[in-house]
Design a protein around this ligand. Structure first.
Ligand code: SF4
Length: 167
C-alpha cells in the first residue's frame, strides 16, 4: 500500500499546499515573528476587559476570520483551535499529513522530507529548526494533549486574550 493511500480519511494528505514557501519562510524567520507575536499577545491580554465587555461569543466569528486569513498565509494554519506554534518553532503540526502533534513519525526521509509527501520538508524537522532560532528547543519535548476536534475553527487569539492557551 502506498503511504498516501494509508491516510485518506483526514483529507489532509491530498490537499495541495500552495503556500508552502511562505510557511518555510516563517520558520526561517521564527525568532523575529515570535518576538512580534509576544508583543501582540500582550496587546490581546490587555484587551481582555474590553473583549469581555463586548462578549467573547460575539467576537468569535469575526476574530477567527481575521486569524484564519493571517495565519493561513503565514503558517498554512488549519484553525485547529488549539494553537501550539510557540512550542513548535512556528511550524504548524496540522500540516503533517499524519496529524502528529508530538513529534515526527519514524518515516522521515534522509533528506528531512516527509514520508507521505516526498517533496515536502517534514514539519517536525522544520519545527526543530524554528525552535532553535527561537531558543525554544526545550519546549519541543512538552507533551501535547490529543486534539479536541470540538474546538476546530475557534480563535486561538481570543483564547490568548483570556489567558487560556493550548501550548
Ligand atoms: S496549531 Fe492549530 S491554530 Fe496553530 S497554526 Fe496550526 S492549525 Fe492553526
Amino acid at each position: 500500500m502506498r503511504a498516501e493511500d494509508a491516510f485518506p480519511a483526514r483529507g489532509i494528505a491530498r490537499r495541495p499546499l500552495p503556500r508552502r514557501s511562505l510557511r518555510l519562510w516563517s520558520v526561517r524567520h521564527a525568532r523575529a515573528l515570535a518576538a512580534v507575536y509576544r508583543g501582540f499577545e500582550r496587546v490581546l491580554r490587555g484587551a481582555h476587559p474590553l473583549f469581555a465587555r463586548i462578549g467573547y461569543a460575539r467576537l468569535e466569528r469575526p476574530v477567527a476570520r481575521v486569524e484564519l486569513a493571517v495565519k493561513s498565509a503565514l503558517f498554512d494554519c488549519r484553525m485547529c483551535g488549539q494553537c501550539v506554534l510557540s512550542a513548535t518553532g512556528l511550524s504548524c503540526p496540522m500540516n503533517c499529513p499524519k496529524g502528529l502533534r508530538n513529534g515526527p513519525c519514524g518515516g522521515v526521509r534522509d533528506n528531512g522530507h516527509c514520508e507521505v509527501h516526498p517533496d515536502m520538508p517534514c514539519v517536525w524537522v522544520q519545527a526543530y529548526a524554528g525552535a532553535e532560532r527561537m531558543g525554544a528547543v526545550a519546549r519541543m519535548g512538552e507533551a501535547r494533549a490529543p486534539i479536541d476536534h470540538r474546538r476546530a475553527g475557534l480563535s486561538s487569539w481570543l483564547q490568548a486574550a483570556r489567558g487560556d492557551v493550548a501550548s
